[in-house]
Design a protein around this ligand. Structure first.
Ligand SMILES: Cc1cc2nc3c(=O)[nH]c(=O)nc-3n(C[C@H](O)[C@H](O)[C@H](O)COP(=O)(O)O)c2cc1C
Length: 171
């Protein structure tokens, strides 16, 4: 299976998740290309599977990702398999964020759509983002909650769904 992972990342977590997913798909025998949408829109022809991943800020995915999804609507609907993921701090809101940010028809036609968790590091933020990241970190400490983290098990399940559960190295 020839896969393309299109992603955007503001502070590196979505890029890291795209890389983890790439390795997991490759372990299952897929041929995978990862493309950062910040570097321009990749060619979509010739792929059996196209995955789009984006970070969430203030409930929204980046406008460039939204524009990519709108411009690529037909290719995505005609692709054999599509899937979507987000990186975010609040997993309880994953379904709502997906529904509010990704075109409904693309979600309905996809094999899976999921949240991979996220990371909040105040040192990677600037200006208002840094202020928000500090607020989030303080709230987490105040409520003695766990800091957001990447959910590798979600990426594993996503890779399994896309590849029909086959991990070639394990067989
Ligand atoms: C300013 C700011 C706003 C954020 N807003 C949200 C949000 O609305 N919902 C959420 O679940 N996570 C939110 N997050 C957490 C990010 O989604 C998380 O840090 C993610 O890992 C960022 O991915 P990236 O490093 O690829 O940009 C926010 C983080 C920052 C710094």
């Amino acid at each position: 299976m020839k896969c393309l992972i299109c992603y955007q990342s503001k502070t590196g977590t979505t890029a890291k998740c795209a890389e983890i997913l790439k390795k997991k798909l490759e372990k299952r025998g897929a041929q995978v290309t990862a493309a950062n949408l910040a570097a321009g829109r990749p060619q979509l022809a010739g792929y059996d599977c196209i995955i789009t991943g984006a970070p969430v800020r203030m409930g929204k995915i980046p406008k460039e990702t939204k524009a990519f999804l709108e411009a690529s609507r037909n290719e995505l609907l005609n692709c054999k398999k599509t899937a979507f993921f987000i990186c975010s701090a609040f997993p309880a809101q994953t379904q709502q964020v997906l529904l509010e940010n990704f075109p409904r028809e693309l979600l309905e036609a996809s094999v899976c759509a999921a949240g991979f968790g996220g990371e909040v590091d105040i040192h990677k933020q600037k200006g208002f983002d840094r202020f928000m990241a500090r607020m989030m970190t303080n709230l987490v400490k105040h409520y003695k909650a766990a800091m957001p983290s990447v959910r590798e098990e979600n990426i594993e399940a996503f890779a399994n769904t896309l590849c029909g559960g086959v991990d070639k190295e394990k067989n």
